[in-house]
Write a protein that binds this ligand. Structure first.
Ligand code: NDP
Ligand code: 2IT
Length: 449
């Protein structure tokens, strides 16, 4: 279910559909942004004259290539990889790489499009891009991961550079993969160009607090949303989907703020622990042993594992979708509201369906869209780039404080912009309009390039 677009925006959206057939996730992301932009065009007709929205919907460059590699049995394997360099008005293309069998051009484009506006919201000088491959890391040996990363970089390196395009991690790409990718880039180019990648190891140019940043930032955003309603996370029950990088550190920070996490998940099923999820166990299972979340109940027999369970069936006051796109639909949203949920913030990118968003907003609960709520990850990537550029390394406390300030500012900008454009409390409108105005002004200033 979608709402009507402003009359001037309908032909733009139709054009996006015609030019990008079969890319449902990209259509969804564009539609959600265009729904916010009607009042902006009335206020700023110059953006229409300069076709800023049309230009924003068309990636500046799209690279699709083959990644051949050999598995441990000596068999040849072929995957497809992508890098979509979406928009560079505010800085070099910046955004993660995703390894997941579901990756195709439509997913990379939705992520790249969101990234442009998200990166603008950080207030830091970064444009937007995204990449990835349909490579499935599950069940692969460490050597297979290394060979795949090296083969991918053998093609990708020519498009990267600290002033050009700076990748990082996303689903299926963490510190291990960044290491193999950076190592191959360094070998091929014969340059120790730290600023070409973020999410690096702490011994070789990585930033403290980057690993934690997305999850921590999402929770800082929730705390700000609740503060605006004279409330806080303290004492709230919280459910987090996923148990990867974003989910783990969202759970950690929510716990620090006094919340009790009662459930998390992976693509196999959900774990419910009424005593509160034990994070050290989750970290061991996911970060060290790389096993399924089902293993949680071995260490905590009182907890429940439900194979294929729906995480949103677990009652909570605060819900943090931190797994993947379209994981929370209209029915889930209605159930959350019925069971007393007061806030949803997206650690993942576009985890709530269009219908789900409508249900949450109609119920008047605090809803923080991904491009605002999960911007702490890429913001801290930009802080990593700053440290690399000055050949410096900051403390955890200082870096985390910068992250916290950035999230407070993003919340304030979204909140105030929503009010200014007549939609108080609507963080989607606030985020879309604030991000769009920044990128739009920069594109306008630079002329037709
Ligand atoms: P990880 O690979 O570390 O973790 C992903 C988690 O989500 C895993 O628990 C995974 O389960 C689950 N998951 C992934 N795909 C699906 C699926 N199709 N169905 C059900 N569960 C799924 O990734 P991240 O934590 O880095 O990313 C999570 C989300 O956050 C993504 O939407 C990403 O785009 C977004 N994000 C990430 C940032 C970062 O800095 N890493 C920054 C901003 C946003 P399983 O292991 O079983 O597949
Ligand atoms: O979706 C995202 O913002 C990320 N995966 C992080 C991107 C980055 O460059 O740190």
């Amino acid at each position: 279910m979608t709402t009507q677009l402003d009359e001037k925006l309908q032909p733009i959206y139709q054009d996006v559909l015609n030019r990008n057939p079969g890319e449902a996730e990209f259509h969804q992301a564009v539609h959600e942004v265009l729904e916010s932009l009607g009042p902006v065009l009335s206020k700023h007709p110059e953006f229409a004259d300069r076709k800023i929205i049309q230009r924003l919907c068309e990636p500046e460059r799209q690279i699709i290539f083959c990644v051949p590699w050999q598995d441990d049995n000596g068999e040849y394997q072929i995957n497809r990889a992508f890098r979509v360099e979406f928009n560079s008005a505010l800085g070099p293309y910046k955004g993660g790489l995703r390894f997941h069998p579901s990756v195709y051009l439509g997913i990379v484009k939705f992520l790249g499009f969101e990234q442009v506006l998200k990166n603008a919201l950080t207030g830091l000088p970064i444009g937007g891009g995204k990449g990835g491959s349909d490579f499935d890391p599950k069940g692969k040996s460490d050597s297979e991961i290394m060979r795949f990363c090296q083969s991918m970089m053998t093609e990708l390196y020519r498009y990267l550079g600290e002033y050009t395009d700076v990748p990082a991690g996303d689903i299926g790409v963490g510190g291990r993969e960044i290491g193999y990718l950076f190592g191959q880039y360094k070998r091929i180019t014969n340059r120790y160009e730290s600023g070409v990648f973020t999410g690096k190891g702490l011994d070789w140019g990585g930033s403290r607090a980057r690993k934690e940043a997305t999850g921590f930032g999402t929770v800082y955003f929730v705390e700000e949303m609740l503060k605006a309603r004279s409330d806080s996370l303290d004492g709230k029950t919280c459910v987090v989907s996923g148990s990867g990088n974003v989910a783990i550190y969202a759970m950690e920070k929510a716990r620090d703020f006094g919340a009790k996490i009662v459930a998390c998940s992976d693509s196999g099923g959900i774990v419910v622990d009424e005593k509160g999820i034990d994070l050290e166990t989750v970290k061991r299972i996911k970060e060290v042993e790389r096993r399924r979340i089902q293993a949680y109940v071995e260490a905590h027999p009182h907890a429940r594992y439900v194979e294929g369970g729906n995480i949103w069936s677990v009652p909570c006051q605060v819900a943090l979708p931190c797994a993947t796109q379209n994981e929370l639909n209209g029915k889930d949203a209605a159930r959350l509201v019925e069971q007393g949920c007061i806030a949803v913030a997206e650690g993942a990118n576009m985890p709530t369906t269009t219908e789900g968003i409508r249900v949450l907003q109609d119920a008047g609960i605090a809803y923080g869209p991904g491009k605002a709520a999960n911007a702490g990850g890429v913001a801290t990537s930009a802080l990593e780039m700053q440290q690399n550029a000055s050949r410096d390394s900051w403390t955890f406390e200082y870096t985390e404080k910068r992250l916290h300030d950035i999230m407070i500012n993003i919340h304030r900008d979204c909140f105030e912009t929503a009010e200014e454009f007549g939609a108080p409390g609507n963080y989607i409108k606030g985020a879309n309009i604030h991000g769009f105005l920044k990128v739009g002004r920069a594109m306008s200033d630079m002329g037709l390039i």
